[in-house]
Design a protein around this ligand. Structure first.
Ligand SMILES: *[C@@H]1O[C@H](CO)[C@@H](O)[C@H](O)[C@H]1NC(C)=O
Ligand SMILES: *[C@@H]1O[C@H](CO)[C@@H](O)[C@H](O)[C@H]1NC(C)=O
Length: 215
């Protein structure tokens, strides 16, 4: 009995560790863009003798992203995809810009918790806990305020203020991933069946078809 219990704890710990990516075993492992080798998330390392300071550098968070889109919001992610030196380090950062009434649709990051700092304007942010409960935690942030969204939980941000909002978001994964709920449900390719979606959301099929056409 005790062995089973220990096994259970060990397997729980293993899956927790994998959810956040393995700790680095070397000073750095700059992602090699020319390599086609793929491990479990971890990209092959560039030859360390060829690594340069630019491999650890990204420039582009100094100016606002383009918020002229239906959401009135922009995300400039800085992940291992744009900053190869982040590979294996388990961190990334992003700049969020939200025009007045701008929204970032409900989404989740499968591999990272997110800590937000508002630099300008204000931000409403909320997340929902998993089943059972589905508790909604919601907070309005002002410049200088910090809020954390736990890994894997559905969350959203919007700007209910009258000016632009600027946010820096840091995540504990070099590749946190993003699953936007509306796109995952109504923008999947090929479509998830509309009869199924109509029953699931208890909606008229016409409305489901409109949603399928939008995403
Ligand atoms: C912002 O995006 C819109 C829509 O794609 C585009 O028309 C506009 O030129 C962009 N503005 C800038 C400054 O890039
Ligand atoms: C967040 O909470 C505030 C205050 O309770 C409320 O006015 C606002 O509608 C909430 N936002 C969302 C998106 O639920």
């Amino acid at each position: 009995m005790a062995q089973y219990f220990i096994l259970l704890i060990i397997s729980a710990l293993i899956s927790i560790a994998l959810a956040f990516g393995p700790a680095p075993l070397q000073d750095f492992c700059v992602a090699d863009p020319t390599s086609t080798a793929r491990g479990n998330r971890v990209l092959a390392c560039k030859n360390p003798t060829l690594v340069q300071a630019t491999d650890f550098f990204f420039s582009g968070l100094q100016s606002p992203g383009n918020t002229t889109n239906p959401y009135g919001a922009s995300i400039i992610p800085v992940t291992v995809a744009t900053l190869p030196g982040l590979n294996t380090l388990g961190i990334s950062i992003a700049r969020l810009d939200l025009a007045p009434n701008g929204v970032i649709p409900p989404h989740l990051h499968p591999r990272g918790s997110e800590i937000l700092t508002v630099l300008e304007g204000s931000l409403q942010v909320g997340f929902v806990t998993s089943n059972p409960g589905y508790n909604h935690f919601n907070k309005t942030l002002q410049a200088g305020d910090v809020f954390v969204v736990p890994v894997g939980l559905v969350h959203y941000q919007f700007n209910a203020g009258s000016g632009n909002t600027v946010v820096i978001a840091a995540l504990n994964s070099e590749s946190p991933g993003i699953i936007a709920i509306p796109t995952a449900i109504f923008g999947a390719k090929p479509d998830i069946g509309s009869d199924y979606l109509a029953t699931t959301f208890q909606l008229d099929k016409k409305i489901v078809d409109q949603l399928l056409a939008k995403f």
